[in-house]
Design a protein around this ligand. Structure first.
Ligand SMILES: *[C@@H]1O[C@H](CO)[C@@H](O)[C@H](O)[C@H]1NC(C)=O
Ligand SMILES: *[C@@H]1O[C@H](CO)[C@@H](O)[C@H](O)[C@H]1NC(C)=O
Ligand SMILES: *[C@@H]1O[C@H](CO)[C@@H](O)[C@H](O)[C@H]1NC(C)=O
Length: 952
C-alpha cells in the first residue's frame, strides 16, 4: 500500500468519524443493538448514525435520541435491555406491533426522561416491572391490550406527574395497590385524570383509600374485573369525575348515597354486579347522559321518580332490576332521551307514550314485563318498540304487530357508505375511499369505552368525528385524503368498536413514516380526546407496505360521476347488540317547506353546554341570559343587528348576535352558516357556542371575548394599549386563524371581511378572528375561486375581487395587509379621504431608518423604543396589498414571515403556539372550558417535530 492510499484511507476514516459524530456513540450503539434484535425495521435503518442519516421514527436533539415512534410497523422481536441506554429518551411508542413479545426489560427504569410510553396493542407479557415507578417524568402510560400479568406495581403511585394511566385489556391480577407507610399506591396519583383498569382479572375490594377529595380524576374505569365487596363511599369525594364504570364485576352491598354529589358525572355504569338495597337516588345529577343499573339485586321498587328529572339523560338501562308498577309517562318527554331499556322487570299497566315524547327517541325495550295495554304512538314510526313477553302481546290484534315480534324488528348493525363509488372497481387489496380513489388504507379499530360520549344513533355525528380525525391528521401535514368510520359494534365488555380507514392522498399507499405517524397522532389524541368522543384506544391492522407495489394503479380510475367534495356518508345506523336497539336515524324533513325541520331534530342535543358543537338555545333562554335583551347588555351593533352579552347559568359568558328583521337570512342559508361555523375550531377563531332559530329570530351565540376589538384598542376606546410586541402577536394570531380557515377547514373558508373590527382580543390579548357572516366555503368544484356578489367593507376590499367578482383566498390576504397597516399607523383605512395603502406607499423611503415613516406611525406603538423588524413588517404589508392576487403571499407565507420578524424582535413565536404542559394543566380550571375541548386542533407542542417526516 502506497503512502498516498494510506493518507486517503485515513481521510476516509476521519470523514466517517465526523459524520458518525452526529449521534452520541452510546445512543448509536443502543439503536443498532435494538435493530439487530428486531425484524421489519424501516429500510433506512442502516449505518451507525441514526440522527445524522434520519432514521425513520427516530427523533434526536443535540445528537441524543429523544423519541422512538414506530407504530404498526409489523416489528417482530423483543424489547431488549439496550433500550435502557437511551437515557435522553422522552417518547417511546411501539403500539400496534402485535409481534413484539416477551417481557418489558427491567432496564426501562433507566429512562429517567421518559414522558410518554405507549405500547398499546402489542404482544408483551409478564409482569409490569416494579421499577416503572422511578420514571418521574412520565405523563402518559398506556400498556393497553397486551398480555401483561401479575399485580399492578405499587410503585406506579410514585409517578407524581402521571396524567393518563391505561392498563386496560391485560391479564393483571391482585388488588388495586394503595399506599401504606413507605409503600406507595395509586391513591397518591393526585394529578392523574384517567384510571383505565378495565378488562383484567383484578380482584379484592375497591380500597376506600383509593379515592380522596384531592384527586382530579375524570375517568374511573374498573369494569370487567372480579372486584367484590362494596362500592366505597369515598368515590363520592372525587368531584371532578365524569365517567364511572364499575360494571361487570361482583360488587355487592348498597350503592353509597353520596354518589349523587358528583355533579359532573356524565356516565354511571353499575350493571352486572350483585348490588342490593334501594336503587341509588340520583336526583340533581343534571349532567348524567348514561345510566346503567341493569342486572343487579336492588330492592323491588317502582320506577324511581327521579329519573324523570334527569334533564340530560340520553340512555336509561335498567334491565332486570326488580322494577314493578306503571311506567311514568313523563319519562319519555325528557328532551334528549334516545334509548330506554327496561326489559325483564315487572312493569305493569298501560304503555302510553302518545303525549309529548323526546324527538330523539330511538328505542324502547320493555320485553318480558307485565304490560297489559299498548297505545301505539302517532307519528312515532321511527321508534323501535319491543314488547314481546308482555300480556298485551297475547291479544289477537297485537300479536302480529312488529313490536310483539322482536325477530321481525330485525336489527342489523351496519353503517354503509352511500354508493358514490359503486362504479369504481379497485384491484385486490385496494379499497375505494370516500372520494372514490382506490388505495391501500390504514385500517384499524377504535375502541370507545365511555358510551355516554358516543352518539350511536346520529349519522351527522360520525361525519363530525371523521372530519375531526381528518383535521387532526392534516394538522401534522400527513398525506391523508380522507377518513372513514364504519361498523359500530358493542362487544360483551360494553366497548364500542368502530372500524377505521385512513386513506392516503398522494400515492396509493402510505410509506412507513406515514403509517407510524398516523398511529402516533391517534394515540396521542386518545391522551386528550376531544369531548366529542371520549377516551378510546386504537388497535391497527398490520399494514402491507408492499402489496401489489409492482402493479400500476390502472384499475383505480374513477368511472362514475363523483360528487365533488362529498365526504358525506349516508349512514344507516342500525344496532341491536347490547341494548342499543337502533334503527334508521336518517330523519325525513317533517315539513318540506321548512329546511329547518329536519335539521332541527339533529341539532336538538342541548344537554351539555360545554360541548364544542353548536347547541340550540331557545328564545326564552337567551332572553333570560341577557336580561330581556336589555340595553345594558348591548355591546355593539351593525348593519345586521345588535350584539348582546349574557351569562349562562353555568357562569360562562356569551356574546349573542341578534339579526334584525330585514337582515335575516333564509332558513337554508342560516343552516349553512351554522353548520360551517360549528365545524371550525381553532384558538385564533371565535368559537360558536350555539344558535337560536325561532319566533322569527335568528341569533348566533359566541364565546364572549372580554377585551373587545383591535379597532377599539387602536382608537383608544377600550383603554387597552398595544405596544409593538403586542401588535406583532395580534398580527400573528389573526394570520394563524386565517391559515386555519384557508388551509385546514374542510371545506376551506374565505373570510371576506377581515378588518380590525373583526379581530377580538381575549384576556391575554390573543387575537381571535370573528364574524364569519360573509364567509364563503370553497367547494371542490370551485377549485380556484368563488364567483360571488361582491361583499366586504370599504377600505379593506381587494380591488381585484371588486373588479372580477372572483373571490380567492388572496382577497383575505389583501384585507389582512390593510389590517397590518392599521396596526402600525393606528389609522382607519380611509381617514379624511385618504387611503392608508396609498399614504404609506407614497411616504415610504426605503433608504431611511424606519423607512422614514415616523410621521405616519402610531405614537402609541412606542416610537422611542427600538422597533425591531418594523421595516420587514411594512414590506410584508405592502406585499399583501399588491394589486394582483398572484403577487400576494399566501397566509401560510405571511405567518412564517411574521414569525421571522418576531424572532428579530426577540419574541419566541414558537412559545406563542406551544402547547406546554402548563397550559394543558390550566385548561381544566376555567369553568367554561372542558379539559378536552379547550385545545382545538392545536397539538403542536408535545409531538416529535416534523423531522419524523421522511426526507423525499
Ligand atoms: C331523592 O333525593 C331528593 C333530594 O336529595 C329527595 O327530595 C327525594 O325525596 C329522594 N327521593 C327518593 C325516592 O328517595
Ligand atoms: C301493578 O303492580 C303493582 C305492584 O305489583 C300492583 O300493586 C298494582 O295493582 C298493579 N297494577 C295493575 C294495573 O295491575
Ligand atoms: C348529531 O351529532 C352532531 C355532531 O356531533 C351534533 O351536532 C348534533 O347535535 C347531533 N344530533 C342529535 C340529534 O343528537
Amino acid at each position: 500500500m502506497g503512502r498516498r492510499s494510506l493518507v486517503l484511507l485515513l481521510l476516509v476514516f476521519i470523514k466517517c468519524l465526523i459524520i458518525a459524530a452526529q449521534t452520541n456513540n452510546n445512543d448509536a450503539a443502543a439503536l443498532n443493538a435494538l435493530q439487530s434484535s428486531w425484524k421489519n425495521t424501516p429500510s433506512n435503518w442502516v449505518g451507525s448514525d441514526p440522527c445524522g442519516s434520519g432514521w425513520v421514527g427516530i427523533e434526536c436533539t443535540n445528537s441524543r435520541v429523544t423519541s422512538i415512534v414506530l407504530t404498526n410497523m409489523n416489528l417482530t422481536g423483543q424489547l431488549s435491555g439496550d433500550i435502557g441506554s437511551l437515557s435522553e429518551l422522552q417518547t417511546l411508542d411501539l403500539s400496534s406491533n402485535k409481534l413484539m413479545t416477551g417481557p418489558l426489560p427491567q432496564e426501562i427504569v433507566n429512562l429517567k426522561n421518559l414522558s410518554s410510553l405507549c405500547l398499546t396493542g402489542c404482544g408483551f407479557s409478564g409482569p409490569i416491572p416494579n421499577g416503572i415507578g422511578s420514571l418521574q417524568q412520565l405523563l402518559y402510560l398506556a400498556l393497553t391490550s397486551n398480555r401483561f400479568s401479575g399485580p399492578i406495581p405499587n410503585s406506579i403511585g410514585n409517578l407524581s406527574n402521571l396524567y393518563y394511566l391505561d392498563l386496560t385489556d391485560n391479564q393483571l391480577s391482585g388488588s388495586i395497590p394503595v399506599s401504606s407507610g413507605t409503600i406507595p399506591g395509586l391513591d397518591m396519583l393526585l394529578q392523574t385524570r384517567h384510571f383505565h383498569l378495565g378488562k383484567n382479572q383484578l380482584s379484592g375490594t375497591i380500597p376506600p383509600q383509593l379515592f380522596s377529595s384531592n384527586m382530579r380524576l375524570l375517568h374511573v374505569l374498573l369494569d370487567n374485573n372480579n372486584f367484590s365487596g362494596i362500592i366505597p363511599s369515598t368515590l363520592g369525594l372525587v368531584q371532578t369525575l365524569e365517567v364511572v364504570r364499575l360494571d361487570r364485576n361482583s360488587l355487592s352491598g348498597t350503592v353509597p348515597p353520596n354518589i349523587s354529589n358528583i355533579a359532573n358525572l356524565h356516565e354511571l355504569a353499575l350493571s352486572n354486579n350483585s348490588l342490593t338495597g334501594p336503587m341509588p337516588n340520583l336526583t340533581g345529577m343534571n349532567r348524567l347522559n348514561y345510566v346503567d343499573m341493569s342486572i343487579n339485586s336492588f330492592d323491588i321498587s317502582d320506577v324511581p321518580p327521579w329519573i324523570s328529572s334527569l334533564q340530560s339523560l340520553t340512555t336509561l338501562m335498567m334491565e332486570n332490576a326488580q322494577l314493578e308498577g306503571p311506567i311514568p309517562a313523563n319519562l319519555f318527554s325528557l328532551p334528549d332521551l334516545q334509548t330506554v331499556e327496561l326489559s325483564n322487570n315487572h312493569l305493569n299497566g298501560t304503555l302510553n307514550i302518545s303525549t309529548t315524547y323526546s324527538n330523539l327517541l330511538q328505542s324502547i325495550d320493555l320485553q318480558n314485563n307485565s304490560i297489559t295495554d299498548f297505545v301505539p304512538i302517532t307519528g312515532g314510526n321511527n321508534i323501535t318498540i319491543l314488547l314481546e313477553g308482555n300480556p298485551t302481546c297475547e291479544k289477537t290484534d297485537q300479536k302480529t304487530q312488529s313490536y310483539c315480534n322482536s325477530s321481525q324488528s330485525s336489527s342489523t348493525n351496519s353503517m354503509s357508505r352511500n354508493n358514490n363509488c359503486l362504479q369504481v372497481s379497485c384491484s385486490s387489496g385496494e379499497v375505494a375511499s370516500p372520494n372514490c380513489k382506490c388505495a391501500y388504507p390504514y385500517k384499524g379499530t377504535l375502541f370507545f369505552r365511555a358510551l355516554s360520549a358516543f352518539d350511536l344513533g346520529n349519522s351527522t355525528y360520525y361525519v363530525t368525528v371523521e372530519e375531526y380525525l381528518m383535521q387532526t391528521l392534516k394538522s401534522y401535514e400527513l398525506p391523508v385524503d380522507s377518513v372513514s368510520l364504519s361498523n359500530p359494534t358493542i362487544d360483551s365488555f360494553g366497548y364500542l368498536g368502530l372500524s377505521l380507514e385512513v386513506f392516503p392522498s398522494s400515492e396509493d399507499r402510505f410509506n412507513k413514516t406515514g403509517i407510524t405517524m398516523i398511529g402516533y397522532v391517534l394515540n396521542n389524541l386518545s391522551f386528550r380526546p376531544p369531548l366529542l368522543f371520549g377516551p378510546y384506544f386504537l388497535i391497527a391492522d398490520t399494514y402491507d407496505f408492499y402489496a401489489g407495489s409492482n402493479k400500476r394503479i390502472s384499475s383505480g380510475i374513477i368511472i362514475g360521476a363523483v360528487v365533488g367534495g362529498s365526504l358525506l356518508l349516508l349512514l344507516l345506523v342500525l344496532a341491536g347488540v347490547y341494548a342499543f336497539h337502533q334503527k334508521k336515524r336518517a330523519r325525513m324533513a317533517i315539513e318540506q317547506n321548512n329546511p329547518f325541520a329536519n335539521w332541527d331534530l339533529n341539532m336538538g342535543n342541548g344537554s351539555a353546554p360545554q360541548l364544542k358543537g353548536a347547541r340550540r338555545f331557545s328564545f326564552e333562554e337567551l332572553k333570560k341570559y341577557t336580561n330581556n335583551f336589555s340595553d345594558a347588555n348591548g355591546v355593539g351593533s351593525g348593519g345586521y343587528g345588535k350584539v348582546y352579552q349574557g351569562t349562562l347559568s353555568t357562569g360562562q359568558r356569551i356574546a349573542i348576535k341578534r339579526a334584525q328583521k330585514d337582515s335575516m337570512q333564509g332558513g337554508n342559508e342560516f343552516k349553512t352558516e351554522i353548520e360551517l361555523l360549528s365545524r371550525v375550531h381553532h384558538k385564533n377563531l371565535v368559537t360558536l357556542e350555539g344558535f337560536c332559530f325561532e319566533q322569527a329570530e335568528q341569533m348566533l351565540v359566541y364565546e364572549y371575548i372580554p377585551n373587545g376589538t383591535v379597532m377599539d384598542s387602536l382608537s383608544g376606546k377600550s383603554g387597552i394599549k398595544l405596544d409593538w410586541m403586542s401588535r406583532l402577536r395580534v398580527a400573528l394570531g389573526a394570520a394563524r386563524g386565517l391559515v386555519y380557515l384557508h388551509e385546514h377547514a374542510n371545506p376551506p373558508i374565505i373570510h371576506r371581511d377581515i378588518k380590525s373590527n373583526n379581530i377580538l382580543l381575549d384576556e391575554s390579548l390573543n387575537a381571535k378572528v370573528a364574524d364569519f357572516g360573509l364567509s364563503k366555503p370553497k367547494l371542490d368544484s370551485e377549485r380556484n375561486h368563488v364567483t360571488t356578489q361582491v361583499k366586504g367593507t370599504v377600505g379593506y376590499m381587494d380591488p381585484e375581487y371588486y373588479m372580477t367578482q372572483q373571490l380567492t383566498e388572496k382577497s383575505d390576504v389583501y384585507s389582512f395587509g390593510v389590517l397590518l397597516l392599521e396596526l402600525i399607523t393606528g389609522r382607519r383605512p380611509i381617514e379624511r379621504g385618504k387611503y392608508i395603502v396609498k399614504e404609506v406607499r407614497d411616504a415610504m423611503d426605503k433608504t431611511k431608518e424606519l423607512y422614514d415613516l415616523h410621521e405616519i406611525l402610531d405614537p402609541a406603538i412606542g416610537l422611542g423604543t427600538k422597533l425591531k423588524g418594523l421595516e420587514k413588517f411594512v414590506d410584508l404589508a405592502m406585499r399583501c396589498v399588491e394589486e394582483t392576487g398572484a403577487k400576494r403571499p399566501t397566509m401560510g407565507e405571511v405567518v412564517k414571515e411574521i414569525e421571522n420578524i418576531m424572532q428579530l424582535s426577540g419574541l419566541n413565536p414558537i412559545a406563542e403556539s406551544a402547547y406546554t404542559s402548563e397550559t394543558y394543566e390550566e385548561a381544566g380550571k376555567g369553568h367554561s372550558h372542558h379539559p378536552y375541548s379547550d385545545d382545538g386542533f392545536n397539538y403542536s407542542g408535545s409531538f416529535p417535530p416534523s423531522r419524523l417526516i421522511e426526507p423525499k
